[in-house]
Design a protein around this ligand. Structure first.
Ligand SMILES: Cc1cc2nc3c(=O)[nH]c(=O)nc-3n(C[C@H](O)[C@H](O)[C@H](O)COP(=O)(O)OP(=O)(O)OC[C@H]3O[C@@H](n4cnc5c(N)ncnc54)[C@H](O)[C@@H]3O)c2cc1C
Length: 498
């Protein structure tokens, strides 16, 4: 098949990570193509519709989107803010309600309000609360200054921030219940407190304390906002044709061969997909056996089971906050939990979303099946689990006997939709143990190859978009990035709504 005019950069994957890079590079006048295996672009940010109900996948709420805050500044740079219809949570009530067996904690907006809520709930924990809040404020400042993306020296960070959250909270002498409350934020990234580095926890928690948002419209609208901006800047989007092979000459990338056989040329390739998927595309001789083994042995974040149910809006009106029902052990460590969002649904209905952990191993029976063809047993199992979740939800919401199951998805759904090994929702586990290997991923085996997406820096919309800016920084070189990108990002700081 004939080759085409070379692009300046090819981006593999059209999730929020890939499309962000596509937009940033296009804005900087690069000729870019984004390659997507699915017929529809958008990856995890795209929602889907069943029975007329919009079911979100990877965007339930996100942080730091207030005016002048980090995510908003990055969206402003990309020119997508206006097209994103989002509502601020935590105004006149909590962002999240944590329900434990013996107490309830409401997560408010704002670090000061959080400090006050903790001091009221845990008066005997004054000392650890003061110390932890000091660290949270320092991390919030770091986050607000976007210093991760600048050439300015990052301030010295306490080594305690690189231990696990469990070790840190134990060292701080927190009571069991304070531990439980503080551990929830690590779950937002698919990490238990025994794995989660404190720095990630603090970054995630402060981003939501700065401001928490949810989409007013559909997740697909968010995807479309990115897609139309990219197209408006002249970017090419190639869908329904997976990248099959990264082509190289010597130690430099030269292009990508798609599954259809089409060959696209570029001297820069950004892989905004899982590193294991990248490994499978690389010429065998390009990767040292040790590096390949390391990538293959990366542990993934644990799978999720999610169910969507329509309930009567008169008996179950929409809630402006999220609910986490959490179970803990004697020491306050979280053993399991369910996340609930009760949103306005179709006329007369509310839409109850329930998400809980479900390791890939629970779905191994259907490992060799594909979406839509997994058979009746699989459907039955999904219904059985949804009914189990509904039973638990009744303890919180009262009778849900009138609930109508709309749809449920499993780790297999995510595996097949976005090509994530074992259906990992947040990609590789960024545990303390895996931090060195995760950091080493930035040293790509071929010249001109860069990593992005949720596996590059951090998961979540904020972490993934930050990772995209960081990848662009590597592509452009620090000096040029500081001048052409960071200066504008930094200029938005004056409007900070902290
Ligand atoms: C159930 C769930 C709930 C979540 N909730 C939230 C939340 O509330 N807030 C939040 O901030 N984050 C949330 N997240 C995390 C967030 O959705 C992700 O971190 C983020 O969307 C990842 O974006 P990405 O671009 O890295 O990956 P993806 O969105 O997975 O995009 C990767 C893309 O690459 C494509 N691809 C893969 N292989 C190939 C190939 N060979 N060729 C071409 N294309 C390929 C895939 O099809 C996909 O479109 C959630 C995630 C899940 C799973």
């Amino acid at each position: 098949m004939a080759t085409e005019k070379p692009f300046d950069a090819l981006i593999i994957g059209s999730g929020v990570g890939g499309l962000s890079i596509g937009i940033i590079l296009s804005r900087l006048h690069h000729r870019v193509a984004v390659i997507e295996k699915n017929p529809l672009p958008g990856g995890l940010m795209r929602s889907y519709t069943r029975d007329g109900v919009d079911c979100p996948v990877g965007v339930h709420y996100f942080g730091a989107f207030g005016e002048g805050q980090p995510l908003r500044r990055m969206f402003d740079f990309m020119g997508v803010t206006e097209a994103v219809a989002a509502e601020r949570m935590g105004r006149g009530g909590p962002i999240d309600r944590y329900l434990f067996d013996d107490c309830t904690f409401d997560l408010p907006e704002g670090i000061d309000a959080f400090a006050e809520a903790l001091e009221t709930a845990f008066p005997d924990d004054f000392r650890p609360i003061t110390a932890i809040l000091g660290n949270l404020r320092a991390i919030a400042d770091l986050q607000n200054s976007l210093s991760f993306l600048s050439s300015a020296t990052i301030p010295f960070l306490d080594m305690d921030l690189f231990t696990t959250l469990a070790v840190y909270l134990t060292k701080m002498n927190c009571s069991a219940r304070l531990r439980s409350v503080l551990c929830v934020a690590s779950r937002w990234m698919g990490l238990s407190e025994h794995d989660c580095p404190v720095i990630y926890h603090h970054l995630a928690l402060t981003s939501y304390l700065l401001s928490a948002w949810r989409l007013r419209g559909r997740g697909s609208d968010l995807a479309e906002a990115f897609i139309s901006r990219f197209a408006g800047l002249g970017g090419s989007l190639i869908c329904n044709d997976p990248a099959a092979e990264i082509l190289a000459e010597g130690k430099e990338v030269t292009g990508v061969r798609l599954a259809s056989g089409r060959v696209l040329k570029a001297s820069r390739i950004v892989a905004a997909v899982h590193p294991k998927a990248v490994l499978a595309m690389l010429p065998e001789e390009a990767v040292k056996p040790r590096q390949a083994r390391r990538i293959r042995s990366l542990v993934e974040t644990e799978g999720l089971f999610a169910a969507n149910v329509a309930v009567d809006a008169r008996t179950h009106p929409a809630l402006p906050h999220n609910i986490y029902r959490l179970h803990t052990d004697r020491k306050g460590w979280i053993s399991d939990g369910v996340f609930y969002q009760l949103r306005a649904g179709r006329e007369g209905q509310s839409h109850l979303m329930m998400i809980t952990q479900s390791p890939f191993s629970e779905w191994l029976r259907w490992e060799d099946t594909t979406t839509g063809r997994r058979g009746e047993d699989y459907q039955k199992e999904k219904i059985r689990r949804t009914e189990g979740l509904l039973g638990k939800a009744e303890e919180i919401f009262g009778s849900l006997a009138d609930g109508k199951i709309i749809d449920a998805y499993t780790p297999l759904t995510l595996r097949d939709w976005v090509n994530s090994p074992d259906g990992s929702p947040y990609g590789i586990m960024r545990s303390v143990r895996q931090l060195p290997v995760a950091a080493a991923l930035h040293r790509a085996p071929l010249g001109g190859l860069f990593f992005a997406g949720q596996n590059a820096l951090a998961p979540g919309i904020l972490g993934t978009v930050l990772g995209s800016f960081q990848a662009v920084r590597q592509i452009m070189g620090h000096e040029s990035f500081d001048r052409k990108v960071f200066a504008e990002l930094f200029a938005g700081k004056g409007k900070s709504g902290k």
